[in-house]
Ligand binder design. Structure first.
Ligand code: ATP
Ligand code: MG
Length: 378
């Protein structure tokens, strides 16, 4: 968690109430805040639209706006900013209704102290994040449903195309026709591969789980990429992968996850003619976290969630299908895990996969804190 001050925008026309709120926030220990004030809705909304506000404290009774409409306009202006509504005693019923149109919490003026105010602000921020996370996973789940339907419907006719192309290829036909048939066959195969990836994303390919050593999976992936990385001037560092780190998983599917992450990191680095990839494993409670970090291009903030959507790609046509990370998402979630993308201080991207540790025998070496050493590609 960062210790940057929480940036609060207060839209409140009553100078006495505004001063009181400022004082309460200044009093609050441990959590620094920066407060900006607007005494009417319009300049408040303008400030909100300019960005960089962590939470909005919103009076519902303003000279240029009243009641639910105030809350709706604020929500429309900045859908990502959590809102705490400030209300009088006589307005409490309406304040409660604002929770249904997007406010995260409400406080009754005159019944607030510094501790309660700060708790409400923190709660609103966390609640908003949790709601967004839920919306994202619901969106990914419904995309999954849709793609599963499409993939299922397309797979059958595609199977017939492949079968007949293969039959014709094995028959006695003039070479030019066979050449054309080969194109049909190869393209149908490519489409079938995409369909399989879509089914994996939509979790229609059940993992065949067994107890496996995650370090072996990672080592295998790194070994497979060693040559290409050397050629492209990419150095890979990993914490020691010789110890054992057990999860319950499907080794082919998990290999695919880490292979996709490494390939993406390599691709980001190729644009800058080489660089570094750092692979780290770490145990945290009942989880193992594997992160793959690079110092490549990084990911624009607005794409950090979208990279997991099927067919989202920034690569040129023909260079990427945009399915790599959606497949990772499908596999990791079907293993009961989580996957997350962020930018790192090296300027590149870090992908973190968290998987539940296998229930027993998990305290085999290496010790809990994985040691970091430089390694691999020399
Ligand atoms: N390590 C990374 N650094 C910067 N951008 C990345 C990184 N990993 C993924 N991305 C971004 O996420 C997008 C989606 O990645 P994903 O693996 O799903 O598809 P792709 O790599 O474009 O195509 P495919 O994997 O199907 O060949 C990429 O096009 C790229 O914009
Ligand atoms: Mg990819």
């Amino acid at each position: 968690m960062s210790h940057d001050p929480i940036k609060v925008l207060l839209i409140e026309d009553n100078p006495g109430d505004a001063r009181l709120i400022r004082e309460m926030l200044a009093e609050a220990r441990g959590t620094p805040t920066e407060v900006e004030c607007a005494d009417r809705l319009s300049p408040g909304l303008e400030r909100l639209a300019a960005g960089d506000i962590d939470v909005l404290l919103l009076d519902l009774s303003l000279p240029d706006g009243q009641g639910l409409d105030v809350c709706m306009r604020a929500r429309r202006e900045a859908p990502d900013v959590p809102i705490v509504v400030l209300t009088g005693l006589d307005d409490e019923v309406m304040a409660a209704r604002t929770l249904q149109i997007g406010a995260q919490d409400y406080l009754v003026k005159g019944q607030v102290d510094s501790r309660l105010l700060l708790r409400s602000i923190r709660y609103a921020i966390e609640r908003k994040q949790a709601q967004e996370q839920l919306q994202r996973s619901q969106l990914l789940a419904s995309l999954g449903e849709m793609t599963a339907g499409i993939a299922h419907e397309v797979n059958n006719p595609l199977g017939s195309v492949l079968l007949y192309a293969e039959l014709l290829l094995s028959s006695d036909l003039p070479t030019p026709i066979k050449k054309d048939l080969k194109v049909i066959h190869d393209e149908a195969k490519r489409a079938a591969r995409i369909m399989t990836e879509l089914l994996t994303y939509s979790r229609r390919v059940e993992p065949r789980t067994r107890r496996l050593n995650l370090h072996s999976v990672l080592k295998k992936v790194l070994d497979m990429r060693q040559y290409e990385e050397k050629v492209h001037n990419i150095a890979v560092a990993a914490n020691r992968l010789d110890g054992q780190l057990y999860v319950k998983g499907d080794s082919t599917q998990l290999t695919q996850v880490f292979m996709n992450l490494i390939l993406n990191a390599e691709e980001a680095l190729r644009e800058s003619n080489g660089g570094n990839i750092v692979v780290t494993t770490q145990i945290e409670g009942e989880w193992v976290k594997v992160s793959v970090a690079d110092d490549g291009t990084g990911i624009p903030e607005e794409n950090l969630e979208r990279v997991f959507y099927p067919f989202f790609t920034t690569k040129r046509v023909g260079e990427g299908t945009g399915l790599g990370l959606s497949v990772c998402y499908g596999i990791v979630t079907s293993h009961g895990g989580l996957i997350h993308a962020e930018n790192n201080e090296m300027g590149g991207a870090t992908f973190t996969v968290a998987l539940p540790l296998a229930p027993s025998r998990r305290e085999v070496s290496p010790p809990r804190e994985a040691k970091k050493t430089s390694l691999v590609n020399e």
